[in-house]
Every structure is written in structure tokens, then in C-alpha cells.
Design a protein around this ligand. Structure first.
Ligand code: FE
Length: 338
């Protein structure tokens, strides 16, 4: 007990000393495409006196830029969406592993890179949505999307989309390539139309009548509950939803996350920023701003995201999604899924 209080005092002193010298800059490369993230940044600046310089672009462009900049890259933190992208950045040597007791304590083990290269700060479930008036027995699992009873009913994005690659990567991780190939064939046979558009377009298809069943990330639906989304919010009551695989492995979740850049000139600020993103306030912002689910248990969830209900998430380490991403693309190609 005495030892413990000694430690607390020590930690407290260390933190005070750090905050006195931590003012400065943080160069953030971000591919998060949500304008609602603004508060995340202004709050950090106000709390720490550290100025955030932001460069926003698509994940691929940011990674290419960091690669080209090499050792001279000003990037301190790379934030992006999808474990597949985080995996690609790790493979390209764009991150450096960091150790943080705060990050390790707050972020579940399956939602961070095993070596500390990156951490998840929010998560989203890939869900099955359906037209209530046309689908009596909606599929309860991803596997069921390949069931012939749903022939000509399913809408989904193209295989070049990383959400689709990660979903198939999770099936490969759980069932192996052969079973995943069979699934992809059946899933392809059930398509209502050639894969096209973004997640919101899959949901719109349920209302236009082009699709009876659609795959989309949870936050696209929650957003349409919160504010008007053209061609969706007006008739959203007609859409039902399923968190898939609740009686076995849980729903496939993906993440948004980030890590400290390999050559970060402001490494300490970068770690501090990541720790801030794992804090209570930032966790609540992620959910309030973009209707994602927090990664830290007990964090506030937006009313719209919460209205989808509680669910079991797949406990697979999300880094496995990256590991199987290329293979997933090969399976889609082999089957001829566009
Ligand atoms: Fe998205």
C-alpha cells in the first residue's frame, strides 16, 4: 500500500513536469473524412497549448506522401480509418511502436497493434440492413448472405472498397480461404445489382426498392437518424437492422485509429495526442460527432448509435484484417465479384 502511494506521487510529479514543457506543435496527417472531428482538435489545443497542424487527404495519398518525405517527414501522427489501412502503413514502415500505460490500459488488446504501432480510437460494426416490408426472415449472419433464399436481393459495395476487403478478411481469418471463396461465390450470386456507390447508397437502395438487403457500416444509418440524409431519412422507418453473428463470433467491427509516425519530430506530443484520443472526452466526441462506438468501455455513446442496441463484437484482433486483406482481394477477383 505504501509502495503504491509512493508511485502515485511519482507519476503525478512526472506528469506535471511534462506538461510544463510540452507546448509546441503536432503535425497531424489525417484521412478521417468527418468534419465533426473539429472539436477533438480544438479541445486538445486548449488543454495542452500544443498547436495542431493538420494535413487531410485520402489514406493512400497520405501514406505515399510520408513515404516520399522519408526521414524528413514532418508527420507526427497518422490517423486513418480501417485496420487494413493501418496495416498497410505498418508494412510500409510509416509508424514507430510506442509504449504507453494509458493506451494499453484503456484500449482493448484486440483493438491495437500487438507491437504498439497503432491504436484504435473508435469502432464501427458492418451491419445487415433490410426492407421490413419485403424481407420476413432477414439474414442473421454474414454467412447467410450467401444463402440461395436471398437470390437477387443483396446490395453491397465493390471489392475495391476497404470495408468489403476487411469483412472478407475476417471470414478468411475465421473459416479459411476455401470457405471464404465459397461464401463469396454465393454472396455474388445473391447480388441485386452490380456493386456500386458508398455505404449510404446501399441503404438508399432499400428505400428505392432496388435492394431488399444491404451491407453498411453502423454510423451511416445512425447519421441518417440524426440528421436528414437525402433519399434515406424520409423513409428510414421502413429499414430494419441486424447485428450479424450474435449467436457465434459476433459482428465484424472495424476501427479508426492511428499511430506515431516513424520519424515524428514531436514524438512526445504525438504520444500525448494519442493518449488524449483515448480519454473520456475524446471518446465521447468520436461517438457524438460521427455516431461511431467508443473503444473505451463505459464511454458516452451518441443517442443514435445507442438506439441500434447493444451487440457482441467479433473479438478477432483487427490487425488480422490487414494480414488477410490481399488474400481477400484475390478471392473477390477469383470469383469475379466486381
Ligand atoms: Fe466511412
Amino acid at each position: 500500500m505504501r509502495f503504491h502511494s509512493f508511485l502515485s506521487i511519482f507519476v503525478l510529479t512526472a506528469v506535471t513536469a511534462t506538461s510544463a514543457v510540452a507546448e509546441g506543435e503536432l503535425n497531424l496527417y489525417s484521412s478521417r473524412h468527418y468534419d465533426t472531428d473539429e472539436r477533438l482538435y480544438t479541445d486538445f489545443e486548449a488543454q495542452t497549448g500544443i498547436t495542431i497542424n493538420r494535413i487531410e487527404a485520402k489514406a493512400g495519398a497520405l501514406m505515399e506522401r510520408m513515404r516520399a518525405e522519408g526521414k524528413n517527414s514532418p508527420a507526427d501522427v497518422l490517423l486513418t480509418v480501417d485496420a487494413g489501412n493501418l496495416w498497410r502503413a505498418t508494412e510500409a514502415g510509416l509508424f514507430q511502436p510506442v509504449e504507453s500505460d494509458i493506451l494499453n490500459a484503456r484500449i482493448p488488446e484486440n483493438l491495437r497493434s500487438p507491437d504498439g504501432s497503432w491504436y484504435a480510437f473508435s469502432q464501427r460494426a458492418r451491419m445487415i440492413f433490410y426492407a421490413k416490408d419485403r424481407v420476413e426472415n432477414p439474414p442473421q449472419t454474414y454467412e447467410a448472405l450467401a444463402d440461395p433464399q436471398y437470390e437477387g436481393m443483396v446490395c453491397a459495395r465493390s471489392s475495391s472498397n476497404i470495408y468489403m476487403q476487411s469483412l472478407l478478411a475476417s471470414i478468411i481469418a475465421h473459416a479459411g480461404t476455401e470457405a471464404a471463396t465459397e461464401w463469396t461465390q454465393g454472396f455474388h450470386d445473391n447480388l441485386a445489382r452490380k456493386p456500386q456507390g458508398g455505404d449510404t447508397d446501399q441503404l438508399r437502395g432499400l428505400i428505392s426498392g432496388e435492394c431488399d438487403i444491404a451491407l453498411a457500416n453502423s454510423y451511416y444509418f445512425a447519421r441518417a437518424l440524426r440528421k436528414p440524409v437525402k433519399g434515406l431519412s424520409n423513409a428510414i422507418d421502413g429499414i430494419g437492422w441486424v447485428f450479424p453473428n450474435q449467436s457465434d463470433r459476433g459482428a465484424h467491427v472495424n476501427i479508426s485509429g492511428g499511430g506515431v509516425a516513424a520519424h515524428a519530430p514531436n514524438r512526445e506530443n504525438a504520444i500525448r495526442f494519442l493518449e488524449y484520443l483515448a480519454g473520456d472526452a475524446a471518446q465521447a466526441y468520436f461517438s457524438a460527432g460521427n455516431d461511431e462506438f467508443p473503444v473505451v468501455e463505459g464511454s458516452d455513446i451518441s443517442a443514435e448509435a445507442a438506439s441500434l442496441g447493444a451487440f457482441e463484437a467479433d473479438a478477432l484482433n483487427v490487425s488480422e484484417l490487414g494480414q488477410h486483406r490481399k488474400e481477400a482481394q484475390m478471392v473477390y477477383d477469383r470469383v469475379g465479384y466486381p
